[in-house]
Design a protein around this ligand. Structure first.
Ligand code: FAD
Length: 212
């Protein structure tokens, strides 16, 4: 999982590179794969948040009757529970397809854990969209470690879409994000703390995007 070093990933899909850098440790990234991270389907899987933001599609292949059959599943429909996906037992994930981001695209990834390395996310946030002035269009927002699956956030996306990202709008959007996530209490953080982190970091990230 050394996508963080790929010039293509760095150039076109920087938020995926930023997330890949935060997976486990260099040793684990040297042997682990993005496909494994996706099929593992952890709600806290680090590459899943940027892949959702980037409208990724999983290509699944099987050979039911002697010839290979493939199907594409939008990643937003791939995860159905912790460790559970729509992949059938006889299917292999053979590709992840990503559309090329349009001109003016900006993306951001943020992960918070309780250690600086080898850490499982307490929350993760991804944003993407085309920036024009201080508005984002084609907005995508995804969260990790705050629901049974890594989640797209349609209410937050609708609030971001086309809004002039001034301080009042950003505060309103951050509150919607806090209310949209569905975290639990566990060893890494309480549900309350996760919601407050989502609100504060959404506000900070959108403020940063608006000043780009
Ligand atoms: C110490 C440690 C720390 C970790 N820290 C993190 C972390 O910070 N962030 C994070 O996101 N993850 C973390 N992980 C989890 C793990 O490293 C990642 O999920 C990794 O990407 C798994 O990749 P892999 O190729 O080794 O998959 P495997 O572990 O080999 O596979 C995972 C599952 O997916 C299935 N699978 C794998 N590839 C395919 C495929 N192509 N088609 C169908 N099924 C497939 C396997 O059968 C298995 O059920 C950590 C793991 C360890 C051990």
């Amino acid at each position: 999982m050394n996508d963080e070093r790929s010039s293509v990933i760095q150039g076109r899909y920087k938020l995926l590179a930023d997330a890949a850098k935060r997976v486990a440790s260099p040793q684990i990234r040297n042997s682990g794969t993005i496909g494994g991270n996706v099929c593992n389907a952890s709600p806290a899987g680090d590459t899943l948040v940027p892949l959702l933001v980037l409208d990724a599609e999983a290509e699944l292949a099987s050979k039911p009757n002697g010839s290979v059959e493939t199907r594409g599943v939008p990643l937003a429909e791939f995860f159905v529970g912790p460790g559970k996906t729509v992949r059938a037992p006889n299917e292999l994930l053979c590709a992840i397809r990503l559309p090329l981001p349009p001109a003016g695209y900006v993306g951001r990834f943020f992960k918070f854990g309780t250690r600086p390395a080898l850490d499982i996310a307490a929350i993760a946030i991804g944003f993407g969209g085309v920036l024009s002035g201080n508005t984002l269009t084609g907005a995508r927002v995804a969260f990790g470690a705050v629901a049974p699956v890594p989640m797209r956030a349609p209410r937050t996306e609708a609030a971001v879409e086309g809004a002039a990202l001034d301080a009042a709008a950003i505060a309103r959007i951050a509150a919607i994000a806090r209310d949209e996530v569905r975290p639990i209490d566990d060893v890494r953080a309480s549900a309350w703390y996760r919601r407050e982190l989502v609100r504060n970091m959404t506000r900070r990230m959108l403020g940063d995007v608006a000043q780009t």
